[in-house]
Design a protein around this ligand. Structure first.
Ligand code: UDP
Ligand code: MG
Length: 154
């Protein structure tokens, strides 16, 4: 089963959206296997947003992401990376579909409430970046048989 990483950003904390955002993933049927609050350092922000460090908006992005704690969690499921990106919506929340987290909760690109891994490679890197192996939990989700048919289980 695929694992993917989600960050709930400082704007969601300020706006009281954290619980409602996490609930979106729970209700879909994704299995929560790790979760914690952390404060991102400028060094970690530069690593996490390495593809954006040269952009004019990067200093503001780093300042924002390191300003307050964030929530980081991992969900597991069939094609979890793609499923989660669909739930998150496109980067500019004003263009994000209604029903997505960004589409429902935000009006902004720079304050878009949430981050999710965008590929298998990124998910692997982000898992290692934010979690120690002992912070990820293997447990039996009893409703598994009702989330997937026999031929959909790996
Ligand atoms: N971002 C921004 N301005 C931009 C593009 C991106 O502030 O013009 C921020 C935004 O918060 C976004 C993050 O940088 O979520 C990472 O950008 P990316 O292109 O990876 O988008 P995402 O994967 O988050 O949809
Ligand atoms: Mg991205």
């Amino acid at each position: 089963m695929e694992k993917t990483v989600v960050l709930v950003k400082p704007d969601a904390f300020q706006r009281g959206l954290v619980g409602r955002i996490v609930a979106r993933f729970e209700r879909k049927g994704l299995k929560l296997i790790g979760m914690k609050m952390i404060k991102i350092s400028p060094e970690l922000a530069k690593e996490h947003y390495a593809h954006l460090v040269d952009k004019p908006f990067y200093p503001g992005l780093e300042k924002f992401m390191t300003s307050d704690p964030i929530l980081v969690f991992v969900v597991e499921g069939q094609e979890a990376i793609e499923v989660v990106r669909k739930i998150v919506g496109v980067t500019n929340s004003r263009k994000a579909e209604a029903g997505t987290v960004r589409g429902d909760f935000s009006m902004s690109t720079g304050r878009n409430t949430i981050h999710a891994s965008d590929s298998q490679e990124t998910a692997q890197k982000e898992l290692a970046r934010f979690f120690k192996p002992e912070e990820l939990f293997e447990y039996d989700l009893k409703v598994w048989d009702y989330l997937y048919a026999e031929d959909e289980k790996e």
